[in-house]
Design a binder for this molecule. Structure first.
Ligand code: FAD
Ligand code: UDP
Length: 382
């Protein structure tokens, strides 16, 4: 009998499985309906021998040392700071918008103080910042909003920015300095040998069994377990009883060419042209040296794998109804981007799982160094 059935072998599932097995002595079965572990961070060497991310580019970044160190037990980190250019007005300019973006776009030579004033003059005061349109226009005004955000957001979400929560566009800051990094977190790095290798190490434990190509509904009632950790879509768990939650999907098109380098930076965004939103060249992310190079083009779409919860009030309301059902279940824990319908980055999902682990341990009355099966467990390490 397994103590835990973990549904989904992405970050949410793998972290909790690893903790439960290695720190609480639990027997864990982790399953995934896909034919691999790693969830949406799964990477592999393509037929040309280039390390690619099957479900789009994943760059790890966090301000939390605890999370960085915890994952560092399963991988060596390769420092990497992601930089993105946007194709606007026939030029490639840095995004997030910074001092260099403005100077290049407008042919000016403003300093930080001057660009601050330039943006303040363009910005439109809003009494309440509710939508993604509000958040951008209140910082940089309509003109830059239309150049960088409106088209990209419509493509990515199939919605106007005025129909999306402020939190979506608020992911992209505005800077008056020359910092052209996409993220400013303290820790920014890639797993040296890739995400899949890191997951293999996490799940390589005598008390963890991995079962792939299996939807949990196929084994319900057949394989016995005491409690479940569920990381799939929450509406699917409850048979869509309140209706389906909207998710945004993507189609990934890969292209390999016989040249060492295709574009000037890891990702180029296309807010206003092409049906795809962005193009990422993997070798920047992975540091791999290879005579060829592979890119991925992201085409947003309505149907398909559920990649993004869609942050807007009516969806939050619908999620709350499912959450109320989830809260009533004592023997099932919901964690991760799909199970809690949150637009979370990888580090936030890891944090969520580590918190759930601590909660489970606390409710089981187990403290650091508790005896299990006659063995004193090491102090909890997170
Ligand atoms: P998932 O990785 O989706 O794992 C859930 C797993 O559950 C899946 O493998 C699925 O097959 C399985 N499953 C679902 N239902 C069932 C079922 N019924 N039975 C069995 N198995 C089931 N984050 C960053 O921090 N940096 C980035 O650069 C970044 N880039 C991203 C780019 C894209 C295109 C996308 C879509 C996301 C990106 N993210 C990024 C977010 C990141 O992917 C997520 O935060 C993280 O992978 C979520 O982990 P998870 O375990 O919650 O979900
Ligand atoms: N965004 C935009 N233009 C850009 C980059 C981002 O309008 O050049 C908006 C868009 O709505 C996008 C959101 O900001 O969905 C978040 O961008 P991020 O790069 O964080 O998206 P993710 O990597 O999660 O797809």
């Amino acid at each position: 009998m397994f103590d835990y059935l973990v549904v989904g072998a992405g970050f949410a599932g793998a972290v909790i499985a690893e903790r439960l097995a290695s720190q609480a002595g639990k027997k864990v079965l982790i399953i995934d309906k896909r034919n691999h572990i790693g969830g949406n961070t799964y990477d592999y060497y393509n037929s040309d021998g280039i390390l690619v991310h099957l479900y789009g580019p994943h760059i790890f970044h966090t301000n939390c040392k605890e999370i960085y160190d915890y994952l560092g037990k399963f991988t060596t980190w390769r420092p990497y700071e992601h930089r993105v250019l946007a194709s606007v007005d026939g030029m490639l300019v840095p995004i997030p918008i910074n001092l260099n973006t403005i100077n290049k776009l407008y042919g000016t030579q403003l300093c930080s103080a001057e660009v601050e004033k330039f943006l303040a003059d363009k910005a439109e005061k809003k009494d309440r910042i509710v939508t993604s349109e509000d958040v951008v226009i209140s910082k940089v005004g309509k003109e830059l909003y239309e150049k960088f955000f409106k088209g990209y957001t419509k493509k990515q979400w199939g919605l106007d920015p005025s129909e999306l929560d402020a939190s979506v566009a608020a992911r992209i800051p505005t800077r008056i300095n020359r910092d052209d990094r996409y993220f400013t977190d303290t820790y920014q790095a890639m797993p040296l040998h890739g995400y899949t290798k890191m997951f293999e190490k996490m799940l390589c434990h005598p008390r963890i069994k991995v079962m792939l190509n299996t939807d949990y509904k196929e084994i319900k009632g057949i394989i016995p377990y005491k409690e479940m950790i569920y990381t799939g879509p929450i509406d699917y768990f409850f048979d869509n009883c309140y209706g389906k939650l909207p998710y945004r999907s993507l189609e990934f098109k890969f292209e390999t060419i016989e040249t060492e380098c295709f574009q000037p930076t890891g990702t180029v965004n296309y807010p206003n042209e092409h049906p795809y939103t962005r193009v990422t060249e993997f070798k920047y992310l992975t540091g791999q040296k290879h005579p060829k190079t592979t890119m991925v083009y992201e085409y947003p779409k309505e149907e398909g794998d559920p990649y993004y919860p869609v942050p807007r009030p009516e969806n939050a309301e619908l999620y709350k109804k499912y959450q109320a059902l989830a809260d009533e279940m004592d023997d099932v824990h919901f964690v991760g981007r799909l199970a809690t319908y949150k637009y979370y980055n990888m580090d936030q999902v890891v944090a969520q799982s580590l918190t759930l682990f601590k909660k489970i341990i606390a409710s089981n009355g187990q403290e650091n160094g508790t005896q299990i099966n006659g063995h004193r467990l090491p102090a909890l390490q997170t």
